[in-house]
Write a protein that binds this ligand. Structure first.
Ligand code: FES
Ligand code: FES
Length: 154
């Protein structure tokens, strides 16, 4: 077992974990933040996307112990004082989801995308989200959601 200390959504956690435990499983099963989803476990789908020290990361691509000392934000940590993050509002208002399975990862990847490029073109949005798969929506409303969050539509 190895020790991991992290800050997740503003709270400090310290646990002893198996060195082979993936970060996504640590977040879901040890920290009990089940909003972060597991779609593939093979770094393809993006459902497990979180922010690690401000960068979007697929949390199935690393071990929990590799996150030691890091600050993590998951989809459950982006609302403030009971108010949705603007990206959550935009997905809601534009029907940027159907089954919702990809949505936590899609929202985290979209937040990261706008942080790096606050006024992206449609192509840049599609490119920025190419690591996140959605089986339901055809992506059109996801793109609209990101455009609204970027202030490009009313
Ligand atoms: S579960 Fe991590 S990329 Fe699919
Ligand atoms: S809304 Fe179902 S996978 Fe994206």
């Amino acid at each position: 077992m190895r020790k991991v200390s992290v800050k997740v959504n503003g709270r400090d956690f310290e646990h002893e974990v198996e060195p082979r435990m993936l970060l996504v499983h640590y977040l879901r099963e040890v920290v009990n933040l089940t909003g972060t989803m597991v779609g593939c476990n093979t770094s393809n789908c993006g459902a497990c996307t979180i922010l690690l020290d401000g960068e979007s990361v697929k949390s199935c691509t690393m071990f929990a112990v590799q996150a030691d000392g890091s600050e993590i934000v998951t989809v459950q940590g982006i609302a403030e004082n009971g108010n949705w993050h603007p990206m959550q509002t935009a997905f809601h208002e534009n029907h940027g989801l159907q089954c919702g399975y990809c949505t936590p990862g899609m929202i985290m990847a979209s937040i990261s995308l706008l942080k790096e490029n606050p006024d992206p073109t449609e192509d840049e949005i599609r490119e920025g989200l190419e690591g996140n798969y959605c089986r339901c929506t055809g992506y059109e409303n996801i793109i609209k959601s990101v455009q609204q969050a970027a202030g490009q539509t009313s």
